[in-house]
Design a protein around this ligand. Structure first.
Ligand SMILES: *Cc1c(COP(=O)(O)O)cnc(C)c1O
Length: 463
């Protein structure tokens, strides 16, 4: 046995071999050396097991190459979202417009005037790059931006209500998914949630009774991912704004997927806009940058100048602020809203949402033959009617008619279906669909062009 050990090439011999030099040039001596040690370690461990022999230096370098490739490959990569959910949180939500992408690249490359006033040569405020355009679009007195809408809610409550009470309707104690729940975010922001009304019905008098000297503000949460139907009542924004004004406290609205344009102009269901929330009397409105707005992950806070100034001055703002790359993208996306007529072409989220059923059907017809031929003997493929969802908690009950490819294994079994689904996930650009009723389904609403799918099908391995 010790004789066998002695036959294993040394680390030195491997890394000084001719074969190894290109690896060192590409990945550096340090990584190549440590990976070589790991491989030799596992060869030693396997020694003496039946059928195991000592690999040659060339074979070890081969192993080394694939191991290093695996570690250095970024685990974050693009996928093709054919789940039928346009804004899929797990798949990164909104795809950005080209102008936003090129601006991010330009700003990432070097220094910028992120917090520098080119006019005066003095320190500037990073919000300056987006505040004006948000004010222009929404009509708000002031605006600021943080990392996401959860942060926007946290920062707003922490600034305006820490140590005090905040009444919220029992019908609006939303959980957004993951770990964002209104009661928990309130606890973390240091304020005390006072539940008012009942799950299905809340009246103005419920709020009236809850307001006392310890009340910091009145809050309305847009129930973006569910709807309460039947015997219901909620208090309008206008009534809540009036109540808060009488008590001399702010009224704030968490819109969630706040849009900046009336989606019904594009033939989509209406979703309350940031402008509407503000006109209905909200002193502060919070919403996401990467839901219906179609921009990068961000939380936008708009409202009264005095309140926004207080929010900006909160030391937590520093911990929640957005970076220059997000700023670059957001500024470009917001800029597009200055021309509402071209939005549905320029913002991918809106382009997907407004795609005609004819166009989606055409995409399905274009990819069908390649899929049928590659899956021959393994599965049947056909085009079927379906409905897409907007996703990210927006308009949960409104579904958009669409077309999808339905893939059914030739020998139907759950294991076989899982195997085929996994094969699509293992393509160079993984293709993510949805499984329903023994079928793998690909909604084509969010496929940019047929080649994205068809040109990589040679790599599909269903075995
Ligand atoms: C989505 C949502 C949030 C959280 O926003 P993120 O941008 O995901 O952090 C908060 N409140 C409501 C009502 C939402 O819909």
């Amino acid at each position: 046995m010790s004789n066998l050990f002695a036959q294993i090439p040394s680390v030195d011999r491997i890394i000084s071999s001719q074969d190894c030099q290109p690896l060192i040039a590409k990945y550096g001596r340090s990584l190549v050396t440590s990976s070589t040690r790991e491989i030799l370690e596992s060869i030693r461990g396997d020694l003496g097991k039946p059928g195991k022999r000592i690999p040659s230096v060339a074979e070890i370098v081969q192993l080394l190459q694939s191991q290093i490739r695996e570690v250095t490959n970024s685990s974050l990569k693009p996928v093709i979202n054919l789940t039928g959910t346009v804004l899929h949180t797990n798949l990164g939500r909104a795809a950005l417009p080209e102008v936003a992408i090129s601006s991010m690249v330009t700003i990432a490359r070097g220094p910028s005037n992120l917090e520098y006033d080119l006019e005066s040569g003095k320190r500037g405020d990073r919000d300056n790059h987006i505040e004006k355009v948000i004010m222009e679009i929404t009509g708000a007195e002031a605006a600021t931006v943080v990392n996401n809408n959860a942060a926007a809610v946290l920062l707003t409550l922490n600034t305006l209500a820490s140590g005090k009470e905040v009444p919220v309707s029992r019908g609006e104690l939303v959980e957004i998914g993951g770990s964002f729940r209104i009661p928990e975010i309130m606890l973390r922001s240091g304020c005390k949630l006072v539940e008012v009304g009942a799950t299905n019905r809340t009246h103005l008098k419920d709020y009236q009774q809850a307001i006392n000297v310890n009340t910091a503000l009145v809050m309305k949460v847009h129930t973006s991912n569910y709807e309460i139907k039947g015997f219901t009542n909620s208090v309008t924004d206008q009534e809540l704004a009036g109540l808060a004004a009488n008590a001399n406290i702010p009224f704030i609205t968490d819109l969630g997927s706040g849009t900046l344009v009336d989606l019904s102009l594009f033939g989509l269901p209406h979703e309350p806009t940031a402008q509407e929330a503000r006109s209905a009397g909200a002193d502060v409105v919070t919403f996401s940058g990467d839901k219906l707005l179609g921009g990068p992950q961000a939380g936008i806070i708009i409202g009264k100048k005095t309140l926004i100034s207080a929010i900006k001055a909160n030391p937590l703002k520093r911990a929640l602020r957005i970076d220059k790359i997000t700023m670059a993208a957001l500024a470009e996306v917001l800029n597009l809203y200055r021309d509402p007529d071209t939005l549905s072409e320029r913002i991918p989220t809106l382009r997907y949402l407004t795609r005609s059923i004819q166009e989606i059907e055409q995409l399905a017809q274009d990819v069908l033959p390649s899929l049928v031929s590659i899956l021959a003997g393994n599965a049947q493929v056909e085009i079927v009617d379906t409905y897409s969802q907007i996703g990210s908690g927006s308009l949960p009950l409104d579904l958009l008619p669409s077309k999808e490819l339905s893939i059914v294994p030739s020998k139907p079994s759950d294991a076989r279906l899982q195997q085929i689904t996994k094969a699509f996930r293992q393509l160079p650009t993984p293709v993510i669909g949805r499984i329903h009723d023994g079928k793998l389904l690909f909604d084509l609403r969010t496929l940019d062009k047929p080649a994205d799918l068809t040109e990589q099908l040679d790599h599909l391995d269903c075995q």
